[in-house]
Design a protein around this ligand. Structure first.
Ligand code: N01
Length: 537
């Protein structure tokens, strides 16, 4: 498919990324008759699931919900084996989808898009890849993922370490055998917390380096038998209906009353029910949990009681209980045996608050208090330059040759997460300005894919060449996203939602916090109004 002539291949749409969002966009737009070329830097589909192959990698949304809803026969024929699917099972699913709908033929794999430049005369995009291809596309669609640009902290001396180093987000495909090794894991976010129990079981000794403690809740994972699957499949229509109305894209609604309006008994029963459900949904037990500090404190106290009961050593428990942020203001982790892992003899937890990692040398890690911890391998579970990192990797130039990266220097500026002023016909799906990472990303990808397809059809039916968000609409949406976040407790955590994990990144709450269902209604209304806030050109 490589273009060797001087004339760029002309297509309607270029889609960047073959994760859950990109795959659906390609499928949907192709179905409408658009010519589409997709590019993916990995050698297979999967996106975040392609790269994050660390031990224990598992979805924190139930498998039945973390699956496409656009095709009834797909829903009915696919069998999930567990309540929460592992990374290999999700990869099998996405490969199946790609094959079943023949999506691969539109993609070039192992190829990264390096730049996209607007021609202001024609309003077309010139897209270049690291394989030397040049395309001319009417629409440029990014589906590059919010958690796909890994972050490795610049710890002095890291390059001198004699053992192996890994990042959870770039895990070797052949796996890693830690048998007999002294391993260090830096980071206790979702990736660290999911991988630590498995690494502990294999390694001779594991040291966990924790800067901030996190809230984690057991997944309550279990195999799904035929009867459970049958019931789920029969209930899909209602499940999806509720999910589309919900705050987070799965079919679970908060308790109807506010936390402190109900009796102590009822409150505990509600928390217990969510605890049993497992994982991240705990933060939405009551509707005011992320807006009212007293409500949050009640949820936190219940969590603490549960967790302390699982940890043998009270001093270790003190370190593992967060005191720096309200529960749910960073993504609650969904774990399997995390806290129990610290009851093992071969595991040590090192708190870095007041005793930071000072350097890495040939033999291990040196702490500020002078202690040196000898290691054979170091795992960086240190997260991502979230939401904007993968976009920034690509040189995107809009009107006047302006770099998107420069336009977003003070934080991402979008209208509805879908339009950027100065960048007509450019769409960054499930990114900043949309619920994306706060929701079930599979349904969020479908939501954006549908909206995009309707939008392109609208342009063609009415004879327009292009669509561009107005600066006024962008300003309004940026303000709305900020104001909604400021009315919650979400601003009080040093989370990656706020870019707080990346030194120098502006502190801006990037996702739309108002809820998946609310957002869906807002973007549908904009489409129904004839794309209010956009200029149709
Ligand atoms: O990354 P993170 P993640 N020295 O940024 C620490 C999704 N996900 O890959 O909190 C020492 O959450 C950092 O410390 P602190 C999910 O949405 C989902 O774990 O900044 N430590 C933190 O502990 C998740 O939220 C699943 O003080 C340093 C850790 O590294 C998101 O991806 C599974 C440090 C990074 O945690 C990101 O999760 C996995 C330093 N210099 C991921 N720099 C599912 O369950 C950073 N840290 C589906």
């Amino acid at each position: 498919m490589s273009d060797t002539s001087n004339t760029p291949e002309s297509v309607d749409v270029v889609v960047v990324g073959a994760g859950v969002t990109g795959l659906y966009a390609v499928h949907r737009l192709r179905g409408l008759g658009y010519s589409v070329r997709g590019f993916e830097r990995g050698d297979d589909v999967g996106g975040v699931w392609y790269w994050n192959r660390y031990p224990g990698a598992r979805c924190d949304v139930e498998s039945v919900d973390y699956s496409y809803s656009f095709d009834e026969s797909l829903q009915q024929e696919w069998d999930w084996s567990e309540k929460y699917a592992t990374q290999p099972e999700i990869m099998r699913y996405l490969r199946h989808v790609a094959d079943h709908f023949d999506i691969r033929r539109s993609y070039t794999f192992s190829t990264a898009v390096t730049s996209a430049e607007l021609d202001e005369e024609t309003l077309r995009w010139t897209v270049r890849t690291d394989g030397g291809e040049v395309l001319s596309a009417r629409f440029c669609v990014f589906a590059v993922g919010c958690l796909s640009s890994t972050h490795r902290p610049g710890i002095p001396g890291v390059d001198t370490f004699a053992g192996a180093t890994y990042h959870t987000g770039e895990w070797p495909h052949e796996g890693v055998d830690f048998t007999g090794l002294r391993v260090g894991v830096i980071g206790t976010g979702s990736s660290g917390i999911q991988s630590i129990p498995l690494i502990a079981r294999q390694a001779a000794h594991l040291t966990v380096f924790q800067r901030s403690a996190n809230y984690s809740i057991p997944a309550g994972n279990k195999p799904l038998d035929e009867a459970a699957r049958r019931e789920q499949k029969a209930g899909y229509a209602e499940r999806r209906r509720l999910a589309r109305l919900s705050g987070g894209g799965s079919p679970h609604m908060a308790h109807p009353d506010r936390t402190l309006e109900v009796s102590e008994e009822e409150r505990r029963a509600a928390f217990e029910k969510r605890w049993e459900l497992g994982g991240v949904l705990y933060s939405k037990t009551f509707p005011d949990q992320l807006t009212d500090r007293a409500a949050n404190d009640a949820a936190r106290a219940f969590w603490e009681e549960k967790v302390r009961a699982r940890i043998d050593d009270a001093a270790v428990a003190d370190l593992l209980v967060p005191t720096d942020h309200p529960i749910g203001t960073k993504r609650i982790v969904t774990d399997s045996d995390y806290y129990e892992t610290y009851n093992r003899d071969n595991v040590r937890l090192v708190g870095l608050r007041g005793n930071a990692i000072e350097r890495i040398d040939e033999r291990g890690i040196g702490l500020a208090d002078g202690e040196h911890i000898g290691l054979d391998a170091i795992v960086f579970a240190t997260g991502f330059d979230a939401m904007t990192g993968a976009v920034d990797r690509i040189e995107v130039r809009g009107r006047g040759g302006r770099l998107l990266k420069d336009a977003w220097r003070g934080g991402p500026r979008t209208y509805l997460g879908l339009g950027v002023n100065g960048f007509p016909n450019f769409f960054n799906l499930t990114g900043p300005g949309s619920p994306s990472v706060l929701a079930n990303v599979v349904l969020a990808g479908e939501q954006h894919g549908e909206w995009l397809a309707d939008c392109l059809r609208h342009l063609d039916e009415h004879g327009y060449t292009a669509i561009e968000a107005t600066e006024q609409a962008v300003e309004g949406w940026v303000t709305e996203c900020h104001d909604r976040a400021a009315a919650t407790l979400m601003m009080s955590a040093n989370s990656w939602y706020l870019g707080a994990n990346i030194p120098g990144k502006p502190r801006v709450f990037m996702p739309f916090v108002g809820g998946f269902g609310v957002y869906g209604q807002i973007i549908a209304d904009v489409a129904d109004s004839g794309y209010k806030g956009f200029e149709l050109i």
